[in-house]
Design a protein around this ligand. Structure first.
Ligand code: GRG
Length: 304
């Protein structure tokens, strides 16, 4: 990014906190509660999008934008858009028809705080708002770039990405015979695709050469899988106090995960291997990618 306080030596923790604060300021303005009866859905959207959370995807958008000197205003619009899509996915994932969870981010899930129908509408509102944001001239002066952002996020979030991954996940709940290849594909779609969009967003905004965009895609691929293995490990080793959501659910449901297939130790070393691989993809950017390197290490060391 061209502005902001991420100078040389900024720690990942400070950068993540700043990304969260800047993105929340944008989202706060985007979801203003109107006076009419429809106010309830806006309140539910705010509850979902502005609740506690790491804002890792916005951070990745800002960090990749920094590599290509993208204007901060542009990067923040995309950071907000991806967080809106992420928030929608969590709201719908928690619904009784899906994971049926009461707890998310250490507090009541959206459908528990409001009701099922409002939560469905809030998810729909968040998803569609994300594309409105990307299509807005504030996001980039070049309509070609805006179109590419819209198409890329739609690809990552839709049935060839997150929605497809969620479908496989729902089917997988009743199948214990999924092998490591099938689980890897499921997770690449369900969580990896959105993470990949976040990492490539800076290259799209900065009209970067394909070689650099591919390097970020490689990084994102390994990062996404490492993130998911860490999530599976937290489900086994973490506590609801740390993660803010119920733990032990995968094992209780007899679901095939990286941990159920590989075991704890091999899953942990596989995650570390993926982090090393992810970092190697950043070689082309040298020290300019230091925050992305720290992010890869954070993803496997996190406790929430
Ligand atoms: C409903 C279409 C649809 C998709 C849902 C993302 C997802 C697909 C489900 C969430 C379930 C889950 C626990 C997935 C594992 C990885 C993941 C996305 C964890 C939550 O992301 P974090 O850790 O959450 O970035 P915070 O709260 O920090 O934003």
């Amino acid at each position: 990014m061209t502005e902001g306080s991420w100078g040389r030596g900024t720690s990942f923790t400070a950068a993540l906190a700043e990304a969260a604060q800047l993105t929340d300021t944008v989202i706060d303005k985007l979801i203003a509660v109107p006076p009419g009866l429809e106010a309830r859905v806006f309140e539910a959207m705010r509850y979902a999008a502005l609740g506690p959370g790491k804002r890792l995807r916005p951070f990745l958008v800002l960090a990749s934008s920094r590599l290509f000197a993208v204007a901060q205003r542009s990067a923040l619009q995309v950071a907000a858009a991806i967080e809106l899509v992420h928030a929608y996915s969590l709201v719908h994932d928690d619904l009784p028809a899906m994971d049926n969870s009461d707890l998310r981010r250490g507090r009541a899930t959206c459908h528990k705080a409001f009701d099922d129908a409002t939560a469905i509408l809030a998810g729909d509102g968040l998803l569609t708002l994300a594309f409105e944001v990307l299509a807005h001239p504030d996001t980039h002066g070049d309509p070609g770039v805006r179109c590419e952002l819209v198409a890329s996020l739609a690809g990552a979030a839709g049935s060839n990405g997150m929605v497809g991954g969620q479908m496989i996940d729902l089917i997988a709940e009743h199948r214990r015979d999924l092998d490591i290849g099938a689980i890897t594909r499921l997770q690449r779609l369900k969580t990896g695709a959105l993470i990949a969009f976040a990492c490539e967003a800076g290259a799209i905004l900065g009209k970067a050469p394909m070689e650099l965009r591919m390097a970020l895609r490689g990084y994102a691929h390994d990062l996404g899988l490492a993130f998911q293995i860490a999530d599976d490990l937290l489900d086994v080793e973490g506590s609801a106090g740390e993660t803010g959501k119920p733990v032990g659910q995968d094992a209780a449901a007899g679901k095939a995960t990286f941990v159920s297939i590989l075991g704890i130790e091999r899953a942990r070393s596989q995650a570390q291997l993926l982090v090393s691989q992810a970092v190697r993809h950043l070689d082309l950017f040298r020290e300019r990618a230091d925050l992305l390197e720290q992010a890869a290490r954070f993803v496997v060391d996190r406790r929430a």
